[in-house]
Design a protein around this ligand. Structure first.
Ligand code: PEP
Ligand code: MG
Length: 612
């Protein structure tokens, strides 16, 4: 990323130009976008209230009913379109919208307001839904707070029907390719964005767990969210830069900053094109050591990117995303279908299906009423939840065992801390297999079983765990968080979060050795595994499998092909002897640059990685 020039002072050399302002938010979708700015404002909140005569109440309620029905049909259609364009999980978001519109409490609440306050249906809908959205926004839980965007989404759809026009998509308002700055963007607005018209977007609201963030990354639209109030600053702004790698929005950038970013964007895209064309080349070091590069996926649609960019398989399928937009847990059958789709599209390549990693920041909507936890990252999350809630876990295990007959499938348990958790999980897997066999339902009985090593406790007893699993996958996002006691989602301590910390490196070394002693596979599937800065170190520590978001594959392949195993080993030994994360990060930067001088500059290296 190009270094930023200091903002112009108002009394600077070009008084006529508006001062450049640099705002920092959450980087949720990578890339650089530069362009003219459109500040979008929500439809509903601009409508003035309109009173109606008492005699008109019945007709107004009938108008409300018709609009709700039409909006529900429209949301269903949007759901079907999204299924074709983006895959089932995105479509499910819109399917949930259709059900929210059809919910009788909305009809009754708005109807009551029309009757009691003699107001127009538009305003009754706004009152009900804005109150609901405001309640959600006040929740400290970021996942639930982000659901306010879904409520505003259905509000716009219903208002569009009431006002007799199809709700205009955001991009219908754009004069040309632009950057969109908004208070918030709903998931379906985002899903409908055309990346050729919306070059990037930035919003005041939003968190990493929001559907909007997930959809933006899948569409490859650079995005920064959670900027706090900034739209008033932006109203006069004509041009801006959205830096989705670093989470920056630069309003009215000066000429030098624009030029630096344009160059960086061009270089970034040329580089990606060139590297993507090398997807068939093996990830092999200069001295002939072969690595296997796998892709991480959350949604079935991402398999295509994995295959196009040369992934040898899927090293991490985060199945909890199937549960996160749902009103009820997907049934065994629905899960079987989802897993079967992914497995079939991999055409025999291996896939590691991770069982549910729900809880903490990954909350599912139907569990919203579960008791609040003071420290959810240390609470009932992941395998702990699955072991506690057998009715949730059993259908998933059965679905995986059945789907495993369709390809090269391995199962992996997340957040295992102790041997006893592993044994319980394995016992439930065996029970599920026995259940299928007793019912005469085909399923694979001998599925390879692995655990994620992402809790220091697991790393410390990796030698024990290695005796009872077929593979390890190191989840560095959580391993760093738990080793350093730094919340990976908390911006205020983001500078303390670093995979380069010697404590983390020692744990990784220990896990690799434990796997080696038993001859089982070990990979890294956390963000560290897809970060070019760490590729040489991980190779030197003994890793031969790395799994990463598909778009990181070309860059990691390039790094591997430009380094030597002996140099990587020397680097690992040097790093392991260091005392601070800063020293290690500095060493990694230097060695990477020495080995591959054309590596693009990287600002704030280890700090942005908490955004896993
Ligand atoms: C990890 O913790 O590194 C990991 C891959 O799991 P997740 O990011 O889904 O917690
Ligand atoms: Mg994890």
């Amino acid at each position: 990323m190009p270094p930023l020039a200091p903002p112009h002072q108002p009394d600077g050399p070009t008084p006529a130009a508006p001062p450049m302002q640099v705002l920092r938010g959450l980087a949720v979708s990578p890339g650089i976008a530069i362009g003219p700015v459109v500040v979008a404002s929500p439809v509903g909140r601009r409508l003035p209230p309109r009173k109606i005569a008492r005699e008109a109440v019945a007709a107004e309620k009938a108008r409300l009913d018709r609009a709700l029905e039409a909006a529900e049909v429209e949301a269903d259609q949007a759901c079907a379109e999204a299924r074709d364009r983006l895959g089932p999980q995105y479509a499910d978001i819109l399917g949930a919208h259709a059900r929210m519109i059809g919910d009788p409490t909305l009809r009754e609440g708005a109807g009551r307001r029309i009757e009691q306050e003699t107001i127009a249906a538009e305003h009754a809908v706004i009152e009900v839904l804005e109150a609901h959205a405001a309640r959600l926004e006040q929740l400290s839980d970021s996942y639930l707070a982000a659901r306010a965007a879904d409520v505003r989404d259905i509000e716009a759809r219903i208002l569009g029907q009431l006002m007799g026009r199809r709700p205009r998509g955001l991009q219908d308002e754009l004069p040309g390719p632009s950057l969109v700055l908004a208070a918030d963007l709903s998931p379906s607005e985002t899903a409908g964005l055309d990346p050729r018209r919306v070059l990037g977007f930035a919003t005041e609201a939003g968190g990493r767990a929001s559907h909007t963030a997930i959809v933006a990354a899948a569409l490859e639209i650079p995005a920064v969210v959670g900027l706090g109030k900034f739209l008033d600053l932006a109203r006069q702004c004509r041009i801006a830069i959205i830096d989705g790698d670093e989470g920056l929005v630069i309003l009215d950038p000066d000429a030098a900053t624009q030029e630096r970013y344009r160059d960086a964007a061009e270089e970034r895209s040329e580089r990606f094109q060139v590297l993507s064309r090398q997807a068939d080349l093996p990830a092999e070091t200069l001295d002939g050591t072969r690595l296997e590069l796998w892709g991480n996926i959350e949604f079935s649609g991402e398999v295509e990117a994995c295959l196009g960019l040369g992934a040898a398989g899927v090293g991490l399928y985060r199945t909890e995303f199937l549960f996160m937009n749902a009103e009820a847990p997907p049934t065994e059958e629905q899960q079987f279908e989802a897993y079967a789709t992914v497995i079939r599209s991999l055409q025999g390549r291996p896939i590691v299906i991770r069982t549910l990693d729900l809880g903490a920041d990954k909350l599912e909507s139907y569990r919203a009423s579960a008791p609040r936890e003071a420290n959810p990252f240390l609470g009932l999350r992941s395998i702990r939840l699955s072991l506690r809630d057998r009715d949730l876990f059993r259908p998933q295990l059965r679905a995986i065992l059945r789907a495993a007959l369709l390809g090269d499938v391995r199962i992996m348990f997340p957040l295992v801390s102790t041997m006893s958790e592993l044994r319980q999980a394995r016992a439930l897997l065996a029970e599920a297999a026995a259940g299928l066999a007793a019912e005469g339902i085909p399923g694979r009985g001998d599925l390879p079983v692995g655990v994620m090593v992402e809790v220091p406790a697991a790393a410390l007893v990796a030698d024990h765990l290695a005796k009872e699993v077929d593979f390890f996958s190191i989840g560095t996002n959580d391993l760093v968080q738990y080793t350093l006691a730094v919340d990976r989602t908390n911006e205020t301590v983001a500078d303390l979060y670093s995979a380069a910390d010697p404590a983390v490196l020692r744990l990784i070394e220990r896990v690799v050795q434990a796997a080696g002693a038993r001859g089982i596979d070990v990979s890294v599937c956390g963000t560290m595994g897809g970060d070019p800065l760490y590729a040489m170190l991980l190779l030197g520590l003994g890793l031969r499998h790395l799994s990463m978001p598909p778009h990181q594959l070309p860059e990691i392949r390039r790094v591997i092909r430009g380094i030597r195993l002996d140099a990587a080993r020397a680097l690992a030994a040097e790093a392991l002897a260091m005392e601070t994360a800063a020293e290690v990060a500095d060493l990694l930067q230097r060695r990477l640059r020495e080995a591959l001088p054309d590596t693009p500059p990287r600002s704030g290296a280890p700090r942005s990685e908490a955004r896993g």
